[in-house]
Ligand binder design. Structure first.
Ligand SMILES: Nc1ncnc2c1ncn2[C@@H]1O[C@H](COP(=O)(O)OP(=O)(O)O)[C@@H](O)[C@H]1O
Ligand SMILES: [Mg+2]
Length: 175
């Protein structure tokens, strides 16, 4: 073989990302300054990589994550993400339905999963809801799919009819 393969673009690449929150004061809510919660972050994540962000409380870790997921609209910079079709999109510039599509792929796993799992639903319904709402699978196939997903993160599919309280904290995060 001759030639070299075109290098694949990173899965996720942040370029000079900024998230500044306005500080407002007085009766007219005048902007008197900004909290520069995220101020020029650049990084890349390749396929299969896990990246840890470490820092003191209040240094901007959560804001960085929320900005990448576009819970906030960034003040500046780019969030280049390689999507399912292999094309690179700038999440910082997306809006409307295009943003909703992205949330099929990019999600938060909260530190306290207790608050994001309905305690009255068995695990099969919790995981199944995500699959059916997104139109991924329906009906009888759903149970197989839930079992596969549970297995893939080291949970026992036999427990799919149990409720969230019957799982440990780490297991609930995986759910
Ligand atoms: N929605 C917001 N509006 C204004 N300031 C915010 C907002 N969210 C976070 N901040 C401020 O941004 C800074 C970073 O906060 P945060 O991202 O929660 O830090 P960390 O997760 O590293 O503890 C803090 O000074 C915080 O008060
Ligand atoms: Mg935080």
């Amino acid at each position: 073989m001759t030639g070299s393969a075109t290098p694949r673009s990173p899965l996720l690449e942040l370029d000079d990302l900024k998230m500044h929150f306005p500080i407002r004061k007085g009766a007219f809510r005048q902007v008197v300054g900004h909290v520069k919660a995220v101020d020029g972050v650049s990084l890349r994540v390749e396929d299969g990589e896990t990246l840890g962000i470490v820092g003191e409380s209040g240094c901007g870790k959560s804001t960085l994550a929320r900005t990448v997921l576009r819970i906030y609209r960034p003040t500046g910079g780019e969030i280049r993400y390689r999507d399912r079709r292999g094309g690179t999109v700038d999440l910082a510039a997306l809006s409307g339905p295009a943003l909703k599509d992205i949330h099929r792929d990019l999600r938060m796993v909260f530190q306290d999963p207790q608050s994001s799992l309905n305690p009255r639903l068995p695990v099969i319904d919790i995981i199944g809801e995500v699959l059916s709402v997104n139109g991924i699978v329906k009906g009888r196939e759903l149970e197989h799919r839930v079992a596969d997903l549970m297995r893939s993160v080291g949970l026992r599919p036999e427990y799919m009819r149990r409720y969230p309280h019957a799982f440990s904290g780490g297991e609930r995060q995986r759910i």
